[in-house]
Design a protein around this ligand. Sequence first.
Ligand code: PXP
Length: 242
Amino acid sequence: MIHLGVNIDHVSTLRQVREAREPDPVWAAAVCELSGAHNITVHLREDRRHIQDRDLEILKKTVRSRLNLEMASIPSILKIALQIKPDQVTLVPEKREELTTEGGLDVERHKNSLQTTLKKLQAVGIAAGLFIEPNLHQVEVSQEAGAQFVEFHTGNYANAATPKKQEEALKLLFRSAQLAHQYGLVVHAGHGLHYLNILPILKMPYLEEVNIGHAIVSRAIFVGLERAVKEMLALMKGKDSD
Ligand code: PXP
Protein backbone atom coordinates (compact mmCIF):
# COMPACT_ATOMS: atom_id res chain seq x y z
CA MET A 1 0.00 0.00 0.00
CA ILE A 2 1.27 3.45 -0.91
CA HIS A 3 1.10 5.81 2.05
CA LEU A 4 -0.47 9.25 1.90
CA GLY A 5 1.28 12.05 3.74
CA VAL A 6 -0.82 15.19 4.01
CA ASN A 7 1.11 18.44 4.07
CA ILE A 8 -0.82 20.84 6.31
CA ASP A 9 1.36 23.95 5.85
CA HIS A 10 -1.45 25.82 4.09
CA VAL A 11 -3.63 25.57 7.19
CA SER A 12 -0.94 27.49 9.05
CA THR A 13 -0.59 29.95 6.18
CA LEU A 14 -4.23 30.91 6.63
CA ARG A 15 -3.70 31.39 10.35
CA GLN A 16 -0.57 33.49 9.84
CA VAL A 17 -2.32 35.84 7.40
CA ARG A 18 -4.16 37.19 10.45
CA GLU A 19 -1.51 36.26 13.02
CA ALA A 20 -4.45 34.56 14.71
CA ARG A 21 -5.01 31.30 16.59
CA GLU A 22 -7.04 29.58 13.93
CA PRO A 23 -7.17 27.53 11.86
CA ASP A 24 -4.88 25.38 13.99
CA PRO A 25 -2.69 22.90 12.07
CA VAL A 26 -2.82 20.64 15.12
CA TRP A 27 -6.56 20.20 14.61
CA ALA A 28 -5.99 19.69 10.90
CA ALA A 29 -3.48 16.94 11.62
CA ALA A 30 -5.96 15.17 13.87
CA VAL A 31 -8.72 15.32 11.22
CA CYS A 32 -6.30 14.04 8.55
CA GLU A 33 -5.31 11.13 10.76
CA LEU A 34 -8.92 10.31 11.67
CA SER A 35 -9.65 10.29 7.92
CA GLY A 36 -6.93 7.75 7.28
CA ALA A 37 -3.79 9.76 6.37
CA HIS A 38 -0.65 7.75 7.04
CA ASN A 39 1.65 10.72 7.63
CA ILE A 40 1.43 14.34 8.65
CA THR A 41 3.94 16.53 6.84
CA VAL A 42 5.01 20.05 7.82
CA HIS A 43 7.76 22.33 6.59
CA LEU A 44 9.37 24.49 9.27
CA ARG A 45 10.81 27.29 7.16
CA GLU A 46 13.54 29.62 8.31
CA ASP A 47 11.21 32.60 7.81
CA ARG A 48 8.38 30.84 9.75
CA ARG A 49 5.87 31.93 7.14
CA HIS A 50 3.47 29.14 8.07
CA ILE A 51 4.42 26.39 10.51
CA GLN A 52 5.65 27.74 13.86
CA ASP A 53 7.93 26.10 16.41
CA ARG A 54 4.91 25.69 18.69
CA ASP A 55 3.10 23.70 15.98
CA LEU A 56 5.96 21.28 15.62
CA GLU A 57 6.27 20.83 19.38
CA ILE A 58 2.57 20.05 19.80
CA LEU A 59 2.38 17.88 16.67
CA LYS A 60 5.22 15.77 17.98
CA LYS A 61 3.07 15.05 21.05
CA THR A 62 -0.26 14.58 19.28
CA VAL A 63 0.43 12.91 15.93
CA ARG A 64 -0.35 9.23 16.20
CA SER A 65 0.67 8.21 12.68
CA ARG A 66 4.03 9.55 11.55
CA LEU A 67 5.33 13.09 11.61
CA ASN A 68 7.42 14.05 8.57
CA LEU A 69 9.35 17.31 8.89
CA GLU A 70 10.51 19.04 5.72
CA MET A 71 13.44 21.34 6.42
CA ALA A 72 16.46 23.02 4.95
CA SER A 73 19.82 21.66 5.99
CA ILE A 74 20.77 24.65 8.16
CA PRO A 75 22.07 24.67 11.75
CA SER A 76 19.18 26.58 13.37
CA ILE A 77 16.51 24.22 12.03
CA LEU A 78 18.64 21.13 12.51
CA LYS A 79 18.94 22.00 16.20
CA ILE A 80 15.15 22.07 16.51
CA ALA A 81 14.75 18.80 14.58
CA LEU A 82 17.23 17.06 16.87
CA GLN A 83 15.32 18.31 19.93
CA ILE A 84 11.83 17.49 18.67
CA LYS A 85 12.75 14.22 16.93
CA PRO A 86 10.01 13.82 14.31
CA ASP A 87 9.67 10.32 12.88
CA GLN A 88 11.04 11.42 9.53
CA VAL A 89 12.92 14.36 8.06
CA THR A 90 12.94 15.25 4.37
CA LEU A 91 15.71 17.71 3.57
CA VAL A 92 14.63 20.27 0.98
CA PRO A 93 16.22 23.32 -0.65
CA GLU A 94 14.82 26.59 0.62
CA LYS A 95 14.95 30.08 -0.82
CA ARG A 96 13.42 33.07 0.94
CA GLU A 97 11.87 34.51 -2.19
CA GLU A 98 10.17 31.30 -3.38
CA LEU A 99 6.41 30.76 -3.08
CA THR A 100 6.92 27.06 -2.47
CA THR A 101 9.78 24.58 -2.76
CA GLU A 102 10.80 25.02 -6.37
CA GLY A 103 12.83 21.94 -7.12
CA GLY A 104 15.00 19.20 -5.73
CA LEU A 105 18.28 19.55 -3.88
CA ASP A 106 21.56 19.84 -5.73
CA VAL A 107 22.98 16.90 -3.80
CA GLU A 108 26.29 16.89 -5.67
CA ARG A 109 27.02 20.49 -4.75
CA HIS A 110 26.01 20.20 -1.10
CA LYS A 111 27.01 16.59 -0.60
CA ASN A 112 29.25 17.06 2.43
CA SER A 113 26.87 19.23 4.42
CA LEU A 114 23.88 17.04 3.51
CA GLN A 115 25.80 13.96 4.54
CA THR A 116 26.61 15.52 7.91
CA THR A 117 22.99 16.57 8.50
CA LEU A 118 21.65 13.14 7.48
CA LYS A 119 24.08 11.44 9.87
CA LYS A 120 23.11 13.66 12.81
CA LEU A 121 19.41 13.04 12.22
CA GLN A 122 19.83 9.30 11.76
CA ALA A 123 21.99 9.10 14.90
CA VAL A 124 18.97 10.05 17.03
CA GLY A 125 16.68 7.59 15.26
CA ILE A 126 15.05 9.88 12.70
CA ALA A 127 14.49 8.40 9.21
CA ALA A 128 16.22 10.97 7.02
CA GLY A 129 16.19 11.46 3.27
CA LEU A 130 16.47 13.96 0.45
CA PHE A 131 14.03 15.73 -1.85
CA ILE A 132 15.56 15.45 -5.31
CA GLU A 133 14.82 15.78 -9.00
CA PRO A 134 14.09 12.52 -10.84
CA ASN A 135 17.59 12.34 -12.23
CA LEU A 136 19.84 9.29 -12.23
CA HIS A 137 22.89 11.19 -11.05
CA GLN A 138 21.02 12.76 -8.13
CA VAL A 139 19.92 9.29 -7.07
CA GLU A 140 23.48 8.01 -7.12
CA VAL A 141 24.82 10.93 -5.08
CA SER A 142 21.92 10.70 -2.63
CA GLN A 143 22.89 7.14 -1.88
CA GLU A 144 26.53 8.17 -1.41
CA ALA A 145 25.41 10.94 0.95
CA GLY A 146 23.68 8.37 3.17
CA ALA A 147 20.00 9.07 2.50
CA GLN A 148 17.56 6.37 3.65
CA PHE A 149 14.94 7.53 1.17
CA VAL A 150 14.50 9.99 -1.64
CA GLU A 151 11.38 11.99 -2.35
CA PHE A 152 11.20 12.65 -6.07
CA HIS A 153 10.05 16.10 -7.09
CA THR A 154 7.00 15.56 -9.26
CA GLY A 155 6.72 19.23 -10.28
CA ASN A 156 7.89 18.73 -13.87
CA TYR A 157 5.33 15.97 -14.30
CA ALA A 158 2.56 18.02 -12.67
CA ASN A 159 3.30 21.20 -14.60
CA ALA A 160 4.13 19.67 -17.99
CA ALA A 161 2.80 21.83 -20.81
CA THR A 162 1.85 18.96 -23.14
CA PRO A 163 0.84 15.30 -22.71
CA LYS A 164 4.10 14.31 -24.44
CA LYS A 165 6.19 16.28 -21.93
CA GLN A 166 4.16 14.81 -19.11
CA GLU A 167 4.80 11.32 -20.42
CA GLU A 168 8.55 12.04 -20.62
CA ALA A 169 8.56 13.40 -17.07
CA LEU A 170 6.75 10.29 -15.90
CA LYS A 171 9.25 8.00 -17.61
CA LEU A 172 12.10 9.81 -15.91
CA LEU A 173 10.37 9.41 -12.55
CA PHE A 174 9.94 5.68 -13.19
CA ARG A 175 13.56 5.17 -14.24
CA SER A 176 14.83 7.17 -11.26
CA ALA A 177 12.60 5.19 -8.88
CA GLN A 178 13.93 1.95 -10.29
CA LEU A 179 17.51 3.06 -9.75
CA ALA A 180 16.77 4.37 -6.26
CA HIS A 181 15.44 0.96 -5.32
CA GLN A 182 18.54 -0.73 -6.76
CA TYR A 183 20.63 1.52 -4.52
CA GLY A 184 18.57 0.53 -1.49
CA LEU A 185 16.74 3.85 -1.20
CA VAL A 186 13.06 3.96 -0.24
CA VAL A 187 11.00 5.86 -2.84
CA HIS A 188 8.71 8.78 -2.04
CA ALA A 189 7.20 11.39 -4.38
CA GLY A 190 5.53 14.75 -4.08
CA HIS A 191 4.81 18.27 -5.23
CA GLY A 192 1.99 19.45 -7.45
CA LEU A 193 0.07 16.18 -7.18
CA HIS A 194 -3.71 16.42 -7.22
CA TYR A 195 -6.89 14.42 -7.74
CA LEU A 196 -6.56 14.37 -11.51
CA ASN A 197 -2.86 13.61 -11.92
CA ILE A 198 -2.23 11.15 -9.06
CA LEU A 199 -3.14 7.88 -10.80
CA PRO A 200 -0.17 7.57 -13.21
CA ILE A 201 2.21 8.41 -10.34
CA LEU A 202 0.90 5.49 -8.31
CA LYS A 203 2.38 3.17 -10.94
CA MET A 204 5.88 4.36 -10.10
CA PRO A 205 7.99 1.31 -9.27
CA TYR A 206 8.65 0.82 -5.55
CA LEU A 207 6.73 3.95 -4.55
CA GLU A 208 5.98 3.87 -0.81
CA GLU A 209 4.77 7.38 0.00
CA VAL A 210 3.29 10.45 -1.65
CA ASN A 211 3.11 13.85 0.02
CA ILE A 212 0.27 16.12 -1.01
CA GLY A 213 -0.61 19.51 0.40
CA HIS A 214 -2.07 22.17 -1.86
CA ALA A 215 -4.66 20.01 -3.60
CA ILE A 216 -6.04 18.48 -0.41
CA VAL A 217 -6.23 21.70 1.60
CA SER A 218 -7.76 23.54 -1.37
CA ARG A 219 -10.44 20.89 -1.80
CA ALA A 220 -11.07 20.91 1.94
CA ILE A 221 -12.33 24.50 1.69
CA PHE A 222 -15.28 23.22 -0.33
CA VAL A 223 -15.87 19.67 0.87
CA GLY A 224 -14.21 19.61 4.29
CA LEU A 225 -10.85 18.15 5.25
CA GLU A 226 -12.18 14.72 6.14
CA ARG A 227 -13.77 14.24 2.74
CA ALA A 228 -10.80 15.73 0.91
CA VAL A 229 -8.43 13.22 2.55
CA LYS A 230 -10.84 10.31 2.10
CA GLU A 231 -11.33 11.10 -1.58
CA MET A 232 -7.59 11.08 -2.20
CA LEU A 233 -7.21 7.82 -0.28
CA ALA A 234 -10.06 6.30 -2.27
CA LEU A 235 -8.35 7.26 -5.53
CA MET A 236 -5.15 5.72 -4.26
CA LYS A 237 -6.98 2.52 -3.41
CA GLY A 238 -8.92 2.59 -6.69
CA LYS A 239 -12.30 2.97 -4.97
CA ASP A 240 -15.04 5.58 -4.58
CA SER A 241 -14.89 7.45 -1.27
CA ASP A 242 -18.48 6.63 -0.15
N1 PXP B 1 6.95 17.45 -0.95
C1 PXP B 1 7.79 18.48 -0.66
C2 PXP B 1 9.23 18.17 -0.42
C3 PXP B 1 7.32 19.80 -0.60
O1 PXP B 1 8.17 20.79 -0.31
C4 PXP B 1 5.95 20.04 -0.79
C5 PXP B 1 5.42 21.43 -0.68
O2 PXP B 1 5.62 21.91 0.59
C6 PXP B 1 5.11 18.95 -1.06
C7 PXP B 1 5.64 17.67 -1.16
C8 PXP B 1 3.64 19.13 -1.29
O3 PXP B 1 3.44 19.83 -2.48
P1 PXP B 1 1.99 20.33 -2.87
O4 PXP B 1 1.59 21.35 -1.84
O5 PXP B 1 2.17 20.91 -4.23
O6 PXP B 1 1.09 19.13 -2.84
